[in-house]
Design a protein around this ligand. Structure first.
Ligand SMILES: [Zn+2]
Ligand SMILES: [Zn+2]
Length: 991
């Protein structure tokens, strides 16, 4: 006997029950070991989740897909590593700890103590790693949770050292003096990789038009425009495009030069005196705006008009203010034109000494003061609000400034000094490597190549505390050294090793260690910078492959174990952003170390939005927490939502879509299974293996569809198309419930023969069992529930689980493509006929005489089609050799003869008694006695009931049929209404 199935099962409760059993009874351990000794391997490389917060529903999408493919490959018999990763280091963690401690600036951290701060960061991230682990378990994600990797581990940090040393040897590591995006709150450079499109916010700033007096020309001015007034303090030049059209304009007694297209910015009346090309202005000198500031006086800028071909006519005056200490492009131009660079702001974005009353003030706070000074000097033309897209810090959302600083870079464009066979630049090598990867979606390659082609050198340093300690030791003689391992550091240490020993390679302990400069012999210190966090995540295809025998990073030793798992077969991550970040750093590090691809295939998925397609935000109140979603909708439903969705499109997540899935798919599946168990138990059915040969056409067909399903799901999953696989399953479940079971219903309880019932149960049993295995990687809980009951019934066995089973293999011999196509066309015809009935308001229960079909349908299929459409006859016309048959629109004969009407009434009567049986709580096989009384005046009804007495008894399991109300207590006694066709009183009672 199977366990009784509750049609209104509490699925969330069941999920907790299975979860408990899996972990307590060692199912997970068995799962992880299932293919330990298998020859075939599936190397999945997990992208580390930032352990800085609880897991969100957006993480659950990726994690569901990761689990889907790993479970699928496990069922297929592949050995795997099941290693989850946590990302622990970097600014994101620092910012959270700063918030917790109420710190405002870096000074607060230093006052508190870097050692204590770093320990807090470690604690913080481990805390969230634990929470994320528990949440992932709840999701039904099976990983080797005790063996997760952490990017803050010694293994990870030291392997990055090795990478950086290799970069140095190749001639790619260098210190650059450059203008970089800078967060004044975090006090650090923000690399180009970190400024994603979403970091640009629409902001309104005060923009200013400034007139620069041309030297030796009385009352003639260059009109410039800027949105960052603070940078005017550091202006050294004005650039023009030599080919664009400019004008000389007279306004009052003054002459202005500006772009012809820009004249509308002039206030009041003006007269164009002359048109000219930009090149006529080149070389003009002008009077500086802030020449009296000490810092400017010292630098003595020339204030000259220079050429710049990049100037467009789209905004501004065509005369571009150049401040090489405050802008990336400005700085590039300064190198070409030999201009001085004035760097006005410090780490916190405040004016440094030498800027008069501005010194000590924040760059963002001074516009009004600047305007006043300009006005005083006679430079101000006008001030205007300006709304534009402006970059902000990805971590703290402060507006970024541009600052001239020394940072460390990995060069993209210098030749490889070491690899004689392939001396190409890192950029060129990475482009070749990226092309070796199979990108899903395929536009992923274009995105990656676009980035690789256009990106600057990789800025890897950050002036912060919690992160990879860059192993760079710099000497005042101009030399710098990199250390490639802990052992090497110990060997080279001349000071501070004892203080460091026993600590992780983090600040402040690592900073104690000093080495000797190999050029001049001076004792030198590590630069205080930490690394870009994408170094941490990028190294994992090397650092996480720790040989279980030696417990050491295999890549740094004999590489044997590493070779078994590198390159990964699959990485899977949310793609927006990662082309510049994780995908980039993985490829960069693998290219530097091995000049090859770190993974073979990549599946990217898009972003989670709310169900209206809006971005989810805590502040908007539309965010859904993972824990809430798990307990309200159940994770099987959540997982199905992720799996069935096209990964390239944003997913609208919410309870509405979850209910849709429950209604359309999940309940259909559950009801079919519940139906099976009910009739299997009623028939005392015991499953028997083997005998795949089916006699009944519907059995043959559903088995054929099942094996086709196995084949197609396998193909889709092997091609990393989760949505393709899930949609085919949905179609199958619809076929199973709304066609196979519906058309076979009678076979399960009132069949002509016991054998036929047995065959129908056999078929449905094997279909459900196979189906449960197919959906196991998608919906681990409900599949387990179904599987355990189908295989164990009321027995208990704590060693059994569907997740220890193999994935079904298709039996191609059982796939009958022709039958599948024909059945499909029969379903299509049926649905057309039924909708024509609905349009004309004729119930399906009312038999009709027939309709016409063009094409050929076998006799057996005709019977099915007649049953489904409830007609007496189907006329086949113009028999064609084609496989498909089509309904001839409008050919349904809707005339209802008295005979047909009586049959209809009988069916209606049967339906109503069935629902009385349900109301009385009878089992499907309970025998009853039925009494009914029908008034003489309802002649047609009375006749019908008399005429079909035999059918009635059989259909409704009636032993005694009476035509009078008796003096007994009926289980149900009531009047049935036949809407205009009369009324019948009935009473039923169990025998
Ligand atoms: Zn910031
Ligand atoms: Zn030196």
């Amino acid at each position: 006997m199977f366990k009784k199935v509750n049609p209104r099962q509490n699925f969330v409760e069941a999920e907790h029950r299975h979860l408990k059993r899996w972990y307590e009874k060692g199912i997970i351990k068995k799962y992880l070991k299932k293919n330990k000794n298998a020859k075939k391997r599936f190397a999945f490389l997990d992208g580390p989740i930032t352990a800085n917060n609880s897991m969100g529903v957006h993480h659950a999408w990726g994690r569901t897909l990761k689990d889907l493919f790993q479970k699928f490959k496990t069922m297929q018999g592949f050995a795997q590593r099941y290693q989850n990763g946590f990302d622990n280091q970097g600014l994101w963690v620092e910012v959270e700890v700063e918030k917790k401690k109420g710190f405002k600036t870096k000074k607060d951290i230093e006052k508190y103590g870097i050692d204590k701060f770093v320990e807090e960061c470690k604690k913080h991230t481990l805390h969230f790693a634990d929470i994320q682990t528990e949440q992932s378990k709840r999701l039904g994600y099976f990983m080797d949770w005790g063996n997760s990797y952490y990017t803050m581990s010694d293994e990870n940090n030291y392997t990055i050292w090795h990478f950086l040393k290799t970069c140095h040897e190749k001639g790619w590591l260098y210190k650059g003096h450059d203008v970089v995006p800078w967060c004044p709150r975090c006090g650090t450079a923000i690399s180009q990789h970190e400024i994603l499109t979403e970091e640009y916010k629409e902001l309104t700033h005060k923009s200013v038009y400034v007139r620069l007096p041309i030297k030796n020309r009385k009352n003639e001015y260059l009109l410039i425009w800027t949105t960052t007034p603070w940078t005017l303090t550091s202006n050294v030049a004005v650039a023009v495009n030599p080919e664009l059209n400019y004008v000389k304009v007279k306004q009052n007694d003054n002459i202005y030069y500006l772009l012809e297209k820009a004249v509308s910015c002039l206030e009041g009346e003006y007269k164009i005196e002359r048109k000219l090309k930009g090149k006529e202005l080149i070389g003009l000198e002008y009077k500086g705006l802030f020449d009296d500031l000490p810092e400017v006086r010292e630098k003595r800028p020339k204030h000259i008009v220079i050429v710049w071909d990049e100037i467009s006519e789209e905004e501004g005056t065509g005369l571009v203010h150049i401040a090489p200490g405050c802008g990336e492009e400005d700085f590039q131009l300064s190198k070409e034109h030999n201009l001085v660079a004035i760097a006005p702001i410090d780490e916190e974005g405040k004016f440094v000494k030498g800027f008069g009353s501005l010194s000590g003030k924040k760059a963002g706070d001074v516009p009004e003061e600047i305007f006043a000074k300009l006005k005083q000097g006679g430079f101000l033309y006008k001030v205007q609000d300006y709304t534009h897209q402006y970059p902000t810090c990805w971590r703290c959302k402060s507006e970024l400034l541009f600052r001239l600083v020394d940072e460390w870079y990995i060069s993209m464009d210098k030749p490889d000094k070491v690899d004689k066979k392939d001396p190409r630049t890192l950029r060129k090598k990475m482009i070749s490597v990226a092309k070796k990867i199979k990108w899903h979606p395929s536009f992923g390659l274009d995105r990656e190549l676009d980035w690789l082609t256009n990106m600057h050198d990789w800025l890897i340093s950050k002036k912060r505390y919690w992160g990879l300690a860059l192993p760079i030791f710099e000497c005042s003689c101009g030399n710098f050294e990199t250390v490639g391992s802990k052992e090497e550091l110990k060997e080279k240490a001349v000071e501070g090793w004892e203080e460091f020993a026993g600590h992780s390679p983090h600040r402040p302990w690592i900073d104690k260690v000093k080495i000797k400069c190999s050029k001049c012999g001076k004792t030198i210190s590590r630069i205080p910078d930490v690394g870009n966090p994408w170094l941490d995540a990028g190294i994992v295809s090397f650092s996480t492959l720790v040989d279980p025998k030696t417990k050491k990073v295999s890549y740094m030793e004999d590489k044997k174990y590493w070779k078994e798992w590198f390159p990964a077969d699959l990485v899977l991550e949310c793609f927006p952003g990662q082309f510049k970040n994780w995908f980039y750093s993985l490829i960069a590090m693998s290219t530097v170390l091995e000049n090859t691809n770190p993974f073979k295939a990549l599946l990217g998925h898009n972003t989670v939005f709310d169900e209206c397609g809006e971005e989810m935000h805590k502040s908007k109140g539309n965010a859904i927490w993972f824990d809430d979603a798990a307990e309200k909708m159940g994770v099987d439903i959540m997982r199905w939502m992720y799996c069935r969705h096209n990964p390239t499109i944003n997913l609208n997540f919410g309870y509405g879509p979850a209910n849709e899935i429950r209604r359309q798919f999940f309940s259909t599946l559950w009801n079919t299974y519940s139906f099976f168990v009910m009739y299997a138990n009623a028939n005392n059915y015991k499953p028997k293996k083997g005998n795949l040969k089916k006699k009944n056409l519907l059995d043959k067909w559903i088995v054929s569809e099942l094996h086709n399903l196995v084949r197609e799901v396998t193909e889709n999953l092997e091609r990393y198309k989760p949505d393709g696989a899930a949609r085919i399953v949905e179609e199958f479940v619809d076929n199973l419930s709304n066609w196979y079971v519906r058309r076979s219903r009678r076979r399960f309880w009132r069949s002509e023969s016991k054998t036929d019932t047995k065959e129908a149960l056999d078929t449905l049993y094997s279909v459900l069992l196979t189906l449960s295995k197919i959906i196991a990687p998608f919906m681990p809980f409900v599949s387990e529930e179904i599987y355990l009951n189908l295989t164990l019934g009321e027995k208990k066995d704590n060693t059994a689980s569907i997740h220890l089973e193999d994935f079904p293999k298709p039996n191609k011999g059982l796939i009958d493509g022709k039958l599948n196509t024909q059945m499909n066309s029969v379903r299509e015809i049926a649905s057309k006929v039924l909708s024509e009935r609905a349009e004309k308001g004729i119930k399906v229960r009312q038999p009709l005489s027939g309709f016409k079909v063009k094409g050929n349908i076998s006799d057996k299929l005709l019977v099915i089609l007649k049953d489904e459409t409830n007609v007496k006859k189907i006329e086949l016309q113009g028999v064609r050799s084609a496989k498909e048959a089509v309904y001839i629109e409008g050919s349904l004969d809707t005339k209802i003869t008295p005979k047909l009407e009586q049959e209809g009434l009988l069916r209606e009567f049967v339906r109503q008694i069935q629902s009385c049986r349900k109301e009385a709580g009878y089992n499907v096989d309970d025998i009853v006695s039925l009494d009914f009384v029908v008034s003489k005046k309802d002649k047609l009804l009375k006749e019908a009931l008399n005429k079909f007495e035999k059918e009635l008894k059989k259909e409704l399991l009636v032993k005694n049929l009476g035509k009078e109300k008796q003096d007994v207590k009926y289980d149900v006694g009531k009047e049935l209404d036949f809407k205009g066709k009369g009324k019948v009183w009935i009473g039923i009672k169990k025998v």
